[in-house]
Design a protein around this ligand. Structure first.
Ligand SMILES: Nc1ncnc2c1ncn2[C@@H]1O[C@H](COP(=O)(O)OP(=O)(O)OP(=O)(O)O)[C@@H](O)[C@H]1O
Length: 327
């Protein structure tokens, strides 16, 4: 399942894509280890789909190099295609076929021998708890069942790397949890490298490592905990008897950038929990409650880009859109 020992599953150096004079991707460098869950986090329009499309050989880079499972995406596109699976955001399974027939059709496209296909399809359906629905037309499936089927279809030919465009967008929270359980299981049982794009912080939290992309450029990369540690400061929220006075004291005595809002008084401080006793002792107003929250990926995004990911959103565009635009 993994490539040669030591060969990165995905490697890119100086990857750029220009559309006319528009720079969609401006010099992306990244390296993803075999068996890793790697997330590409960024707002809509940041360049995620363009980058992933270059890695999947759907778009030719304007500049730079990339290799997937040790094969160059420009010089050896067929080798790359044989070693990757793709899961688009939009459903691409055939609703008039059964779950099993959808998978069988895909296996035939990849030239899998019949017996191997039968065995693999059964194992895949079992892995995503769809065995009992194998003979049911996909038209009757829920969104989550469809997505599970799409994901195992992408895995059917045992790719080294499964690329997923926003794997749980549009699904309800319970289904998202289930999909992630399946994705972790796939990585753990089969060693598949997962490379996904997302603009959702919760989705990025499932990754071993993420790269934050903004305006076509990677602005930060690392394990989610490492990235959060860079922020260093916790968010403290206080409910007090007099928020305005509390803010005044915090600013004047502690030189902290506190602000009062509908949720109470908010401020940031290093090692928030240790700071709370001093804070409560010094405040001249009654404190009703205190919460201390460690930094989130949203804080990390804000730190590196100067805005929250929601503010940065420009409008949805997906990998499937990109494929369509190329036609
Ligand atoms: N074929 C194209 N022609 C012109 N501009 C394009 C084309 N494809 C992408 N772009 C532009 O390049 C930039 C990056 O787009 P891209 O789709 O890669 O972003 P994204 O981060 O994947 O966002 P989304 O999640 O919406 O797909 C955007 O400004 C987009 O409008």
């Amino acid at each position: 399942m993994t490539g040669d020992a030591g060969t990165p599953a995905v490697h890119a150096e100086g990857l750029c894509k220009l559309f006319g004079d528009r720079e969609a991707v401006t010099g992306v460098d990244l390296s993803v280890r075999a068996g890793e869950i790697f997330g590409f986090l960024g707002p809509n329009g940041a360049g995620k789909s363009t980058t992933i499309s270059m890695l999947c050989t759907l778009l030719r880079p304007t500049l730079g190099h990339a290799a997937v499972a040790g094969h160059d995406v420009v010089r050896e596109p067929d080798e790359v295609r044989r070693r990757i699976g793709l899961v688009f955001q939009e459903s691409t399974v055939d609703g008039d076929l059964t779950a099993e027939d959808n998978l069988r059709f895909h296996a035939e496209l990849f030239g899998m021998p019949r017996r191997e296909a039968r065995r693999t399809i059964a194992a895949m359906l079992d892995m995503v708890d769809l065995t009992e629905r194998a003979g049911t037309r996909v038209r009757t499936f829920s969104g989550g069942m469809r997505r599970r089927l799409e994901i195992v279809r992408g895995l059917l030919h045992s790719p080294h790397v499964l690329f997923l465009d926003e794997p749980t967008t549009g699904l309800d929270p319970q289904t998202r949890v289930a999909i992630w359980e399946h994705l972790h299981r796939m990585r753990d049982e089969r060693g598949t490298t997962l490379f996904l794009t997302t603009h959702q912080m919760e989705e990025a939290e499932h990754c071993d490592r993420i790269a934050i992309i903004d305006n076509g450029e990677i602005v930060a990369e690392g394990a989610t905990d490492e990235l959060k540690a860079v922020i260093g400061e916790d968010l403290i929220t206080l409910r007090t008897g007099d928020d305005d006075t509390a803010v005044k004291v915090l600013r004047e005595r502690f030189r902290l950038d506190a602000a009062a809002g509908p949720g109470g008084v908010r401020l940031r401080a290093a090692d928030g929990a240790a700071f709370v006793p001093t804070l409560c002792a010094e405040l001249t107003v009654p404190v009703h409650s205190v919460t201390v929250a460690p930094p989130t990926l949203d804080d990390v995004f804000l730190h590196y880009t100067g805005r929250t990911i929601r503010e940065a959103e420009t409008g949805p565009m997906t990998m499937a859109d990109l494929v369509a635009r190329r036609r």
